[in-house]
Design a protein around this ligand. Sequence first.
Ligand code: KIV
Ligand code: ZN
Length: 516
Amino acid sequence: MAGGGFAEKFAKERREKSKLPERVLIFDTTLRDGEQTPGVSFTPAQKIRIAQQLDELKVDTIEAGFPIVSKGEKESVSEIASEGLEAEICGLSRCTDDDIKAALDCDVDCIHLFIATSDVHLKKKLNLTQEEALEQAVTSVEKAKDHGVIVEFSAEDATRTDLEYLKEIYQAVEEAGADRINVPDTIGVATPPAMQELVRELDSVMNIPISVHCHNDFGLAVSNSISAVEAGAEQIHVAVNGLGERAGNASLEEVVMTLRSLYNIKPRTNTKALVKTSSLVERATGIPVPPNKAIVGANAFAHEAGIHVHGVLKSPGTYEVLSPELVGHHRRITLGKHTGTKSVKKHLDDLGVKGTEKQLEEITNRIKGLGDKGKTVTDADLRAVAESVIGAMPEEEKAVEVKEATVTTGSTVTPTASIKLLVEGEERIGSATGVGPVDAAIKALRAVMNEISELNLKEYHLDAITGGSDALADVTVKLEDEDNNLYIAKGVRDDVVLASVEAMVSGINQYFAAKK
Ligand code: KIV
Ligand code: ZN
């Protein structure tokens, strides 16, 4: 059989045909565009900590901020620039003297100059002609270059700019000394083929590296950035967790891993630090990473369906395209309605709990039942369910079996319970009222079982396993017989009454067994 499936073969052929660069530089803008995320504002200490982490991640450039915006921002950018980090430290600047001075005051390695070039921005925002904007851009590049810094130039709203004018302004800034140009898809309107064509057009007239800055308004930021690389772009602007204005920027973790694993372009990035970086930024911003977020989300390497778990445990490549360790993540087998006995066994092995095949089946059925009711099953839930199933007497030795238990309760009705039992094969039905639903259920049990008149409930203990209103109820009862023998039994259910009945009946069965 021929090796390599369609996607792999296609990617390989495409790589061979495309103008792929050897390396793609990662320009991180978490501390600048990322901080423009609505509701996000870093303290200076957070900015420095994130910059240090980005350096540990080995991004090529850290855009530390926009120095002109405030005194605090300027101080933070200065401090980051003086940290002695390996990454190039960059400050954003409009094409004005004051902005350039503020960035230079911070002693940054690079100034990211920008001016809007689309008709709508020129007319409605800047009130400038194309010629005036071009002149400002050229003058600013020259001024910044006079101070010996690296200059990256962005034509803001490039994807909505007339192509001929765009080429003209980029060529003019190249001539003025810019070190690289950046192509922002400022409002995220490009599609992957459009981005590719635009970069190809620009590449045909430029001699300095081309970078792209894609926004995610249509969820295309990563695809657009990668398409640009296929056409020759050598740098991508990214933000950790895809932060940024509105729907954000291209996500750092997705870009890096796509380049590395699907395009065979190895960025300098230390991929093992991706999850740690994502979590740090998540904490600092207070913006939770969605569980289904690619690469760094809590579910990125989680498996639930029995078929998947079986496959992954046999050979991870069946359902994992990346090894979780490569990005600093870990594999997780989750429990729910899709769970199979293999997952349950794996979890129980990890918890050091052993059970028979039959018990394993019963535990799996109970876990599925909880999943059917919409509950997220945690390890603590599994342990409690397992303990109650494994700790219970084998089915065939049980004298008493609960067939049905129902309660009615409320502020205007007396709690009433009805119960149907099989006691040594004989069906018994009864009901009782009580001070609460649990009390009513236990009284209903007693009402149909004269045999337990001498069995006293010495202790009743209720625990909720894990928080939340859907927590499992874990009931432990201590029963004492006429000879002072103690029977301790447990019941774990998502319903406190059923858990209580289960615990009581489990204790009663021990009592019956002891009497034989
Ligand atoms: O989205 C954008 O156009 C920007 C520029 C400042 C590059 O963030
Ligand atoms: Zn932006």
